[in-house]
Design a binder for this molecule. Sequence first.
Ligand code: NAP
Length: 320
Amino acid sequence: MSTSAARAILQLLPLNAPYAQERLSKHFDVIELWKEADPKSVIAERKDNIEVVVTSAMTPTPADLIDALPQLKAICSQGVGYDAIDVKHAQGKKILVSNTPEVLNDCVADLAFGLLLATARKLGHAERYVRDHQWGTDAAFPLGAKVSHKRLGIVGLGRIGMAIAQRAAGFDMDIRYHNRSERIGISYGYEASLVDLASWADFLIIATVGGDSTRGLINAEVLKALGPNGIIVNISRGSVIDETAMVNALASGELGGAGLDVYEAEPKVPDALKSMDNVVIVPHIGSATNETRKAMIDLVLDNVDAYATTGKVITPVPAL
Ligand code: NAP
């Protein structure tokens, strides 16, 4: 790493592609912050050179970091969600923020559907049953719930929500959705009320954004409306569901089951969930495939290149 007055990138996390560092260093000195023993002093030393921050949807990028970098012009993030980045603060200072939309839609929607099937058909429980040598030793394995032809409510019919709806159509499901506003030109039914959507649905998949605007959106009332045979799947952010209310509803039988990729305080998962056979829990792996992670890294690198050569990014987060 040079300490000259060259333009610099502050990279907060490694990008797991063999060519990533070479691409980043094409236009910039690259400060690999995760390798530094004293990150605060490195930032203080290099602050006047740093034009770009490379971060991710899961890497906090708060206002005080943004304020510590007087020459910062662009924040390029890996991931589509931006609730870990103080985007409003950055945009207020005319700093560009980019994310990686679209390229992860398929894999996140596939996982949402996998969680729905796994929860309804008790795949986790069934696998444990076989591995634990219970098959053939006691009463038959409990019956699951049919998925095809059922009613699916989607909370957040955006890019990923639409990919989930496409998969659900292949299962001949009846689909309705809730957003803050009805989408024009979409044939799925719109429910202005979340409770009404939950009362109607057999299954609810949460695919909305995280952050303050959706914190606790799925509360005890919504879970109660989904009911004792209802299943909730969450691939959005843990903050969107009132986790305590969900654990209580699952424990009391007020809610039938849950398939979860995301949690309120990751990597902490409430212990109560781990002992429930009607719950499938995975460690935030929505976009975690070789193909999709490569596409996300490539889009981060393309955004950095675009900023370096044109002063603009390709996939800017819209103004908040
Ligand atoms: P998107 O295209 O922006 O879609 C978000 C949808 O949520 C929109 O339809 C939006 O509609 C709706 N929405 C926003 N605020 C809402 C509110 N307060 N109440 C109800 N609906 C609301 O985003 P996307 O690309 O599909 O990504 C969605 C989210 O998925 C990301 O933000 C991220 O948190 C999560 N995600 C998770 C993983 C994972 O690994 N599990 C991976 C990628 C993304 P309106 O604006 O009309 O309300």
